[in-house]
Structure formats: structure tokens, C-alpha cells
Write a protein that binds this ligand. Structure first.
Ligand code: GTP
Ligand code: MG
Length: 580
């Protein structure tokens, strides 16, 4: 579901402060959260756009560990509209050094403040009041989500350093389409799209912080549990506004059990037992859901969806503005996120292509935030990975290749499935493929416009199509649960729409390739693909049911030849109109 956050605030930096801050930032930028700001160094917004960490040589778990630790030293504050930034930072500095901070807007102004030490938060909590309502009674829950009041608003607004909001939710709108039209190439368009829509450094921090706040609540029942983000928040394909998938991990509680079994006795906890793991998951989520609903600051619209295939608690987190899905016992999804992260980090073209295809699919209603018979972003991502494995030379290696490079520490078996994959990305040989994104995007649509969905299954483990094991319209083998089809929900008509749109898109990109000068007034290339287009069913036959790829190519060419004379008129009709 689309989250309502995204109006991130960039604070104006005075030239001098900004330079001083950047020096400081560059000195310390080797890892997130290391730019230490002491009292005399307090500038404006602390995270510079474009200075996102390059986690290329960090493993997925190293990134997670670092981010989680950073989140544990952070707090969220709901602020009044006219908050004096410098005064606030100076005030908070009494509790310890501030490493980083930023403001954003989501149902009002909010600040994320990162201290250099966790102890500062305890000190701040000691100095914080539980509000006393006149008509309502507050539940005295001491969290890391605060509310700031100005004691004397008229005095505090006069120092000229109030935060200014800039909208960074970056929806796909006419302005963005215009910017795409101004690009030099499809590759330029793809990069503009990605830069505008990808989740920002601040947004990532906020996602980890939100998980950390939920972890504090869950820890009231299960001390030492962890709540970790997964899915597009961490797999490198996150788009501003995407949901926040959270994984309540109770397995860490039993870690280091080897040390605990030393000596002549075996001590075990006295525990309650239930008939199955699923039952346990449902019980745990039921109680955490209740707790979030009753006591969780900022947790609203809590729904317990416990009878789904993967039981979950869905809620909105006011403050961060995220739509959250909390699951437990979902290690395979976490591992799948790691796999996507690895593929997304291996070659810059992967993210670019996944981003474009996800946006394209969303614009044409091929994916939706509501569950149904359509493709999911996860399935689409696997399709892009598969396509890149099939290029010659391949852009991406097979999952079996990644498994063979793994060492003993990478060994991972979940519910009997071998989920081993190399974590050290430096061991993976870079691709020799040099194709441009212009070519790859067009070829992606051509490839799946002609894929034999009726015969073949998409299998990224082998990097090759396999015979389809069942009669589902489309079969995409789950990378870590080979018996499952990740697109089992997709029906024939959704697949047909996908194929028709892919063929139409390949055709549009081919048509634009021949143009010597690009128009900045009419959508072309990727901009044209993001416009609604009328499907001409005669152009596309049923997926995988008849013509071979070669025959379809000929058909497309003949259609193109027929319609060349009409193409100018067709392009005129594609007006700039988008949905956000
Ligand atoms: P968004 O649509 O941007 O939220 O993309 P997402 O990648 O976060 O997808 P979603 O929220 O639907 O699912 C979260 C994660 O769960 C995915 O990234 C996968 O790791 C995993 N996942 C989703 N669907 C499936 C599935 O059918 N099978 C398996 N094994 N994992 C899935
Ligand atoms: Mg998600």
C-alpha cells in the first residue's frame, strides 16, 4: 500500500555552515552515521542529497547491522510547524552528541535525531514528561517517539532559522514526464526516473528507525527479539512511498546456545507449547497486534490478518507515515530480499531496469497495492533478473553460481530449503556484457512479449527456462522454495495484458530508436511507455500460443511498416497525462 510519507524536509543551509558541515561529513563518510556533530558544529540538514552510501563491498547483513545500530541511537520527534531548528538541536545536545538529523513532513513536521550514544536517549527520556490530558487519560508508555511543544511560540519563531519543507515524495507526474522528455537517451530517462523516485538516504533511515520503535514494543513481551525491514525497503529496489515490510525475528533469542549447554546439565526454559509453528506465529502476532493497537505510540488502523498464507499485522505508523506489514517466521522472504539486494548491487543496470519495469507495470495497472490476480513487484523483479541472465554474454549469474561461490559461513537452510548464497560480492566476477540500457529495456519487452509462457517456467536458479510443471498461466519458480510458483495468483487475462503491453512497448521503443532528434514536447522512449496506451489486440496474439519469436518479430515489423505513415499522428495523440 502506498505510504503517506515522503514529504521529506531539506533544511536550508547557510553557505558557511554548509561548507563546514560538508568538510566534516567528508572526513567521516566511510560509513553511515559517522559524521559527528559537536555543539559548535551544528548546521542544518545533515544528510546531503546524492551522498548515499555505496554498500557495494558490504554484505547484506553488515548493512543491516550497521543501519539497525544507527536506528537504536535515534529518536523521532513530532514538532510544531514553526520549530526553531538550531535551538532544538542545542537543547537536545544537552543529552549528548548528535551524529545526524533531518526533518520531514508527514501529518506535520517531524525530526529524526541520531545521537552518537544510546545513553543520550535514556537521559532525554528522564527529562521528558508524560502529558496530562484534561478529558483523556494517557497510557504512560515511554517510547522513542516524542512530541515537542514550544513554551513560548511567539519568541521562538523570530530567529530566522525555521525549517522549510520541500516536497520530496516525487510522484510520477507531468513534471517528471517532461523531464524525461528532455533527456538525451532512454538511458538518461531511466536514470532520471530512478534518481527521482528511489527511496532516499533519509527515507531508509526512517524505515530502520520505525522498525526499531516497533521492536521496543515487541521486546516488552519477547526481550532480545529483533524487528528487521525486508522487501523493497532493503533490497535496493525501493521506491518512495513503498510499504514497510517488517520481520519479527524471535530466533535470535536462542542464539549462543552452544555456550549455554556447557557443563553436566541442560537447562531449558519452561515454555508453553502449541500444535504447530504456524499456530505459534499466529498467537505471537495476535498479541503483538493487540499491543500495537492499545499501547503503540503512532500505530493506528491495526489489522490482524492471521489466517493469510503468511500471517501478518498491518498498520499505519503515524509519524513516519509508513504502511507497515509485520510478519514473523518469514525467514525465506528475508533471504529473498538478500538475494535481490545481491543482484541489485552487482551491476548498476539491474536497478535501473527493475525500476523502469516496476514503474511501467504500475502505470498500466499490471501491479497493484491490492492483492489480486496480477503480477507482483517481486515476480517482475525475478523476470528482469532472468532476462539479464539470458543475455549473451549474461549480465547476471545464475543462483546456482552464487551458491557455488559461497563459503561455510554462508550456508543457510530454511525449512529444509537450501538458501545458501555467497555474501561476499567481491567474489563474483563482473559481467562482460556492455549493452546499454536503451537496448536492454527494449529487449526486455521483446523477450517477454514472445516468451513461451505456455511451455516454459522462469528459473533464476538455473538461469534457464525449464519445462512448466503445471498448467498455471505463468510459472516463475520461487528461488528458495523450488516447489512454489511466485506468480501462481496470476490469471490468463492478466498475463495476456502483460504480453500485449510488452509487445506494444517494444514497438514504441523501436519506433523511437529511428528518430534522430528527440522531442521535448511529445513523450518518447520511457516517457511514452509511462503514458496510457490503447491496446490494439490484433497486434498481439495469445501469449506463447502460436508464433515463434521470429514470426512475431516479422509481424511487428509489418505492422510497423503499415503504420509508419500514421506514426506522426499517433505520437501527437500521446499527451502528457499521468497518474501519480
Ligand atoms: P513493493 O511492492 O514495493 O512493496 O515490493 P516488495 O519487494 O517489498 O514486495 P512485497 O511487499 O509484496 O513483499 C515483500 C518481500 O516478500 C519481497 O521482496 C520478497 O522478498 C517476499 N515475497 C513477496 N512475494 C513473495 C512470494 O510470492 N514468495 C516468496 N517466497 N517471497 C515473496
Ligand atoms: Mg514491500
Amino acid at each position: 500500500m502506498a505510504a503517506r510519507v515522503g514529504l521529506m524536509t531539506r533544511l536550508p543551509l547557510c553557505a558557511q555552515g554548509r561548507g563546514r558541515f560538508l568538510d566534516c561529513l567528508h572526513r567521516h563518510l566511510s560509513s553511515p552515521g559517522t559524521a559527528i556533530l559537536k555543539r559548535e558544529e551544528l548546521p542544518g540538514g545533515s544528510v546531503e542529497p546524492g551522498l548515499q552510501e555505496k554498500p557495494n563491498n558490504k554484505t547484506f547483513s553488515e548493512v543491516q547491522k550497521e543501519r539497525r545500530e544507527q536506528a537504536q541511537r535515534s529518536i523521532l520527534i513530532s514538532c510544531p510547524k514553526e520549530v526553531p531548528e538550531k535551538k532544538l538541536l542545542k537543547h537536545l545536545c544537552r543529552h549528548g552528541e548528535i551524529t545526524n538529523h533531518f526533518f520531514f513532513e508527514s501529518f506535520g513536521i517531524h525530526a529524526v535525531i541520531e545521537f552518537s550514544r544510546k545513553e543520550s536517549i535514556a537521559s532525554l527520556q528522564d527529562a521528558t514528561l508524560i502529558p496530562r490530558g484534561e478529558t483523556e487519560f494517557p497510557i504512560p508508555f515511554k517510547s522513542r517517539f516524542f512530541h515537542l511543544n514550544l513554551k513560548n511560540p511567539s519568541n521562538q519563531t523570530s530567529d530566522g532559522t525555521l525549517v522549510q519543507c520541500s516536497n520530496q515524495s516525487s510522484p510520477l507526474n507531468a513534471d517528471l514526464i517532461q523531464r524525461l522528455c528532455n533527456a538525451e537517451s532512454v538511458e538518461g530517462q531511466i536514470n532520471t526516473l530512478m534518481r527521482t523516485l528511489q527511496i532516499t538516504e533519509e527515507n531508509i533511515r526512517l524505515r530502520y528507525l520505525t522498525c526499531s520503535l516497533i521492536e521496543d514494543i515487541a521486546a516488552a513481551y519477547f526481550p532480545s527479539c529483533t524487528v528487521k525491514p525486508f522487501g523493497s525497503s532493503v533490497n535496493s529496489f525501493g521506491k518512495l512511498g513503498c510499504d514497510l515490510d517488517m520481520f519479527l525475528d524471535l530466533d535470535d533469542i536462542g542464539k549462543n546456545s552452544a555456550a549455554k549447554t556447557a557443563g553436566p546439565f541442560l537447562m531449558e526454559y519452561q515454555v508453553k507449547n502449541v500444535p504447530s509453528e504456524r499456530w505459534a506465529t499466529q498467537k505471537i502476532l495476535a498479541v503483538i497486534g493487540e499491543c500495537l493497537d492499545n499501547f503503540g505510540p503512532g500505530c493506528v488502523s491495526v489489522q490482524k490478518i492471521l489466517h493469510a498464507r503468511c500471517p501478518l499485522v498491518r498498520f499505519s505508523h503515524q509519524g513516519s507515515g509508513f504502511q507497515c506489514d509485520l510478519t514473523a517466521n518469514n525467514r525465506i522472504a528475508m533471504k529473498s530480499s538478500e538475494l535481490l539486494y545481491i543482484y541489485g548491487t552487482l551491476d548498476s543496470r539491474v536497478r535501473a531496469l527493475v525500476f523502469s519495469v516496476r514503474c511501467w507495470a504500475r502505470q498500466h495497472g499490471l501491479t497493484s497495492s491490492i492483492p489480486g490476480a496480477w503480477l507482483t513487484n517481486f515476480s517482475l523483479t525475478i523476470m528482469v533478473i532472468f532476462f539479464l541472465q539470458k543475455r549473451c554474454p549474461s549480465v547476471l549469474p545464475s543462483l546456482d553460481y552464487l551458491k557455488n561461490l559461497a563459503d561455510a559461513r554462508d550456508k543457510c537452510v530454511i525449512e529444509g530449503n537450501d538458501c545458501t548464497v555467497v555474501s561476499n560480492l567481491n567474489r563474483i566476477k563482473p559481467s562482460e556484457n556492455t549493452e546499454t540500457l536503451d537496448i536492454l529495456l527494449c529487449q526486455f519487452f521483446e523477450y517477454f512479449g514472445n516468451f513461451s509462457f505456455n511451455k516454459n517456467s522462469i528459473n533464476i536458479r538455473k538461469g534457464k527456462e525449464q519445462n512448466k510443471p503445471d498448467s498455471s498461466p505463468i510459472h516463475i519458480q520461487n528461488p528458495f522454495e523450488p516447489a512454489l510458483n511466485v506468480s501462481r495468483n496470476v490469471n490468463e487475462s492478466q498475463l495476456e495484458r502483460f504480453v500485449h503491453l510488452a509487445r506494444e512497448s517494444a514497438w514504441i521503443l523501436q519506433e523511437d530508436k529511428g528518430q534522430s532528434s528527440k522531442s521535448s514536447h511529445h513523450p518518447w522512449g520511457l516517457a511514452a511507455l509511462l503514458q496510457p496506451f490503447v491496446l490494439n489486440k490484433s497486434k498481439a496474439k495469445k501469449p506463447g500460443r502460436g508464433p515463434t519469436s521470429e514470426a512475431v518479430r516479422k509481424l511487428l515489423e509489418s505492422i510497423k511498416a503499415d503504420s509508419t505513415k500514421h506514426s506522426a499522428a499517433t505520437r501527437e495523440k500521446r499527451s502528457i497525462s499521468t497518474q501519480s
